[in-house]
Design a protein around this ligand. Structure first.
Ligand SMILES: [Fe+2]
Length: 328
């Protein structure tokens, strides 16, 4: 660890202090990896130097990562054929959850998003399954509860992708939706396990901390410098509500990005149907009823109608909601 002049800072070095922009709009946490954009911000803020952890400096090859992203359209075809050799849906979900756990833990302890495994996960494991109906049914089978954070991320990725497909979105938008769904709660890696797993309603202080996960997540993703803005918006706005009752900004209607409205529906639905160690989830049809009536006006009606149509086709799968959970 050492204090270096700004001129000595190289991309990939890890910040060893907390920095707040002069106008207070941007917070860089300890563990933030410096990239080209962040270095330009530091220069703009007239910083003379910062504390960094030199020994963990890594080379971030942005050009290479950008190429991975630009190749996505090409590799989707290969992914689809590879998909035919994958194991059963249940086994695969379990494997993906393990991969996701590694990704979330790296985000938690290294303060940065490991892009390659995430892109590979979406590209090779999740996106190709969106053309099959079994994954949607799989989301409703008996659910392991100890890995809720990862399971929920995976479910919301699938649900968001499915909704994008059913709503007739273009492939690249469906891909962005899948990525946004997978990473919508990545900011929760900066919230303590005790708070995340608290069975009772959070007090005001805890709730305000928990609400910050959308900012944390957006910050982690923005640090990569290459995650599309529509994905960043979806992560930042997935707790906004159509009637302005959401957070963090209380925006409403068309102010809420299209992708954020879809991820919000996926997020709420999966939260309602999920079993937790302190309660069981509701049935898919009950979840739709709650979203339509108890949450009337909060969710995009078009997106909700689309989900409702598919849920009604499911055979009765039964599984009590804790509505306060929907706000975090
Ligand atoms: Fe969230």
């Amino acid at each position: 660890m050492s204090y270096l002049q700004l001129s000595e800072i190289k991309f990939g070095m890890t910040l060893n202090q907390v920095l707040v922009s002069p106008n207070g709009n941007m917070i860089l946490g300890q563990g933030t990896v410096i990239n080209e954009y962040l270095l330009s911000c530091l220069k703009e803020w007239n910083m003379k130097g910062i504390d960094v952890i030199e020994e963990t400096a890594i080379e971030i090859n942005l050009a290479e990562i950008e190429k991975v992203i630009s190749d996505i359209g090409v590799s989707l075809t290969d992914s689809a054929s590879m998909e035919t050799h994958l194991q059963s849906a249940a086994q695969m979900h379990s494997e993906i959850e393990t991969e996701l756990k590694g990704i979330f833990l790296r985000a938690k302890y290294q303060g940065r998003i490991p892009l390659d495994p995430i892109i590979s996960l979406v590209n090779m494991r999740i996106y190709p399954r969106l053309s099959r109906g079994d994954s949607f049914t799989q989301l409703h089978t008996d659910r392991v509860t100890e890995n809720y954070l990862y399971r929920h991320a995976l479910d919301v990725a699938f649900l968001s992708g499915y909704l994008g497909r059913w709503l007739g979105y273009e492939d690249n938008e469906v891909w962005n939706l899948t990525l946004a769904g997978l990473l919508h709660d990545i900011g929760k890696t900066r919230i303590t396990f005790e708070m995340l797993s608290k069975p009772n309603k959070l007090n005001l202080e805890e709730f305000n901390i928990a609400k910050f996960h959308v900012h944390y997540g957006c910050q982690l993703l923005a640090q990569t410098g290459i995650i599309p803005n529509v994905v960043l918006d979806a992560v930042l706005q997935h707790h906004e509500r159509m009637d302005g009752s959401g957070h963090p900004y209380g925006i409403s209607g068309t102010e809420v990005s299209t992708l954020a409205r879809i991820v919000a529906v996926a997020d709420v639905y999966d939260t309602l149907i999920s079993n937790r160690y302190y309660r069981r989830g509701v049935s898919p049809k009950e979840a739709i009823q709650i979203m339509k009536f108890q949450m009337e006006g909060q969710l995009d009606t078009h997106v909700l109608a689309c989900l409702s149509e598919s849920v009604l086709k499911l055979d009765g799968i039964n599984r009590m909601p804790m509505l306060h959970e929907l706000a975090m």
